[in-house]
Structures are given as C-alpha cells and as structure tokens.
Design a protein around this ligand. Structure first.
Ligand code: GTQ
Length: 348
C-alpha cells in the first residue's frame, strides 16, 4: 500500500469510520491486505533446536511426577519459541517427546488427528495400531493413521522415549477433531506382530486389495534397519547438491505419502557434505538419528547431534553441513500443500 500522507482531519475521519463499522463486526481490508496476501510466506514460527542431551533429564523427570496412565499420554510438547502457548512446532504441526516407563501402559484411544512416532531412546516398548503390535526400536518410523485405535506399552526394562509428530494444529484449524476412549486400556492383539509389514510392505499386497488414493498405508512401521540400509546403498552415487541423498516414505501400495496430512523423509549426508541453499513452503521438523552437523537457517546456525530435534519454518533458507556421516529424519505438511496445489520449493 502506498503510504499516503493524511491530514489529521482525514485520519480522524477514517478512525471514526472504522469505529462505526466495527460495531457491525466489519473492518477495512485496505489496512490489512499486505499481511493477508503477502508476496511470499512470512511464517511467524522461528527456527529452533532441542538438544536431546539437554532435555533428556527433564523428560525422565516427568516419569516421577505423573504416570502414563494418569497423563493418558506423558509427553513434553516441543513448542515453537515464537508460538508459545499454542502447542505447535509450526503453524500446522505438533511435536512432542513421549516417555513410557517399564511396566506402564498408555491407554487405547483414537482420534481424527494422524500421528507419527520416531523412536529415539530405549528399547522394548510397543505401539499397537488397530489390533497389531509393533516393538519399537531406535530409528523406527511408526504411524498411527487417523481414527485408528492405538495404545502404547512397555513390557521391557528400559524407559523408552520417542518423538510424536501429529497434525493437531491443522485439524484444530479446520475444526474437524473427534476423539474416543474405550474401556479396554490395552487392545487385544488380533494379528501377530509383523503381519501388516508382511502383507502390505513386502513388494506384494493381497490380491484383491485396491486402496483409494488418499487411504493411509496399512504398513504402520518402517523399520530403521531397512531405511538405513537403503540410504547406505544409494549413498555411493551422486548426491543432490541441495538435499544429499533424500528419500520420501511412501505407502507401498499407492506411492502416496503414508498418511494424507504428513509427509516423512529420510536423508543421508556424507561426512563433510554441504548442501546448497534450499527453501520450501512446508515448514519441516528434522531429527538427527545419526551423525552431527549444522543447520544454517537464514542467519541462524543450529548445531545438532544425535536425537536432536530442529524446526525449519516455511520458506526459510536452509543449508546443512554434515560433520560426520549423518542420517536425518524429517516430517512436514507437504502432502497437504501438494494436494491443494500450494507447495513450492526453490533451489538457490
Ligand atoms: O500417542 O496418542 O503426543 O493422542 C499427542 C496426542 C501423542 C498419542 C501425543 C496423542 C498422542
């Protein structure tokens, strides 16, 4: 908007007018148009890093203050420092660190929100999704599609911590959230462990299985050993200068994202590799599963190590430096933006 110089009289006249139309719940577009329709995204989210070594003790401390059963989900929400109080890491995404102690159960429930888990610390817990359990191993990427029953339990000996990624803010924005609990805290297994992976994730699907394009995958665990082996196998080739060796997780039956609201990615950066500057409209949460390095987001340098979580808001320029061979997991709302024709990327 041109900054027209207004006489005091004209300015007062306009303010009075705004007051009068305000009584009818109306407001002038011309005062806000620039902010409503910006020339490029101006995310209110800030780049941020959570160092696991610095927050692990505080996650464990929650285990002394409240049980998983009482909390329902014992989670420390990772709040974007520029969006405190909104339970979100970007405007559309939620992230949290969930703790389950030996012997505990996080009771079954289901909700419209979709969830992903990335196992960070400890072994021996399980997640059950619609009657099938999967043992959680470090680096495993596990999904809980919308409206599937899920409970978590830990029959093992170690505290287990994982990162939760959910589309909570997106569903809240759309006012489309539903949730249900059940009497039965722990789902009875209906199928043996590994059933879904064998049936839907082994280069075959049941002969009469024809999922709709938006249907989430029936494969609900992507084991880390497979992810890692695949990245290692392609890492001998030529890296993308902006991304290194980056793969996206798919529903093996359709090629689409595992869930419609969140996309997930795994990326290998050889030791010493520097990515060229890159930006995209999907604000992204990264987790370092192996290695260490630096994420340079605009002017800000975020030094990350194993199990650290960092967030790169929409349209912020990212450069990555790998101090050692580095494996990054990430997730974003990219499939939503792509379905709506909004997603853009720029290789600088
Ligand atoms: O595990 O079901 O971090 O419902 C937030 C909401 C985890 C879960 C979260 C949830 C869950």
């Amino acid at each position: 908007m041109a900054a027209a110089v207004l006489s005091p009289d004209a300015a007062r006249e306009r303010r009075d007018y705004y007051d009068r139309i305000g009584r009818h719940s109306m407001t002038p577009l011309w005062e806000v148009l620039g902010a409503l329709v910006p020339p490029a995204p101006r995310s209110p989210a800030a780049p941020a890093l959570w160092r696991y070594a610095e927050v692990r003790d505080q996650v464990m401390e929650a285990g002394r203050l409240i049980s998983a059963e009482e909390a329902e989900r014992r989670v420390l929400v990772l709040e974007n420092p520029a969006l405190r109080g909104q339970s979100c890491i970007t405007q559309s995404l939620y992230a949290g660190l969930q703790l389950i102690l030996p012997g505990e159960v996080a009771p079954a429930h289901r909700h419209a929100q979709s969830a992903l888990r990335l196992v960070l610390d400890g072994e021996g817990a399980y997640t059950a999704v619609d009657g099938e359990r999967t043992t959680m191993r470090r680096g495993d990427f596990i999904i809980t599609p919308a409206w599937t029953w899920h409970d978590h339990g830990n029959p093992g000996e170690q505290p287990v911590v994982w990162l939760d990624g959910l589309d909570i803010p997106l569903v809240r924005f759309l006012d489309a959230g539903f949730a249900e609990k059940t009497e039965q805290a722990v789902q009875q297994p209906l199928r043996p462990e590994g059933d879904a992976l064998a049936r839907y994730g082994s280069n075959m699907v049941p002969v009469d299985f024809h999922p709709a394009p938006q249907e989430p995958t029936r494969v609900f665990v992507y084991p880390y050993e497979r992810t890692r082996a695949a990245l290692r196998a392609i890492a001998g080739g030529t890296p993308d200068p902006h991304l290194g060796f980056k793969q996206r997780f798919v529903n093996p039956a359709t090629g689409a994202s595992p869930m419609p609201t969140m996309g997930a990615f795994a990326q290998w950066l050889p030791s010493g590799f520097d990515t060229q500057p890159y930006r995209s409209t999907d604000g992204t949460v990264y987790v370092c599963l192996e290695g260490e390095g630096e994420a340079i987001v605009g002017e800000q340098v975020l030094r990350f190590a194993e199990n650290d979580v960092l967030v790169v808001p929409s349209w912020h320029t990212l450069r990555l430096h790998a101090g050692r061979d580095t494996l990054l997991f990430s997730y974003s709302d990219r499939p939503v933006q792509q379905a709506l024709g909004l997603w853009r990327e720029q290789r600088l």
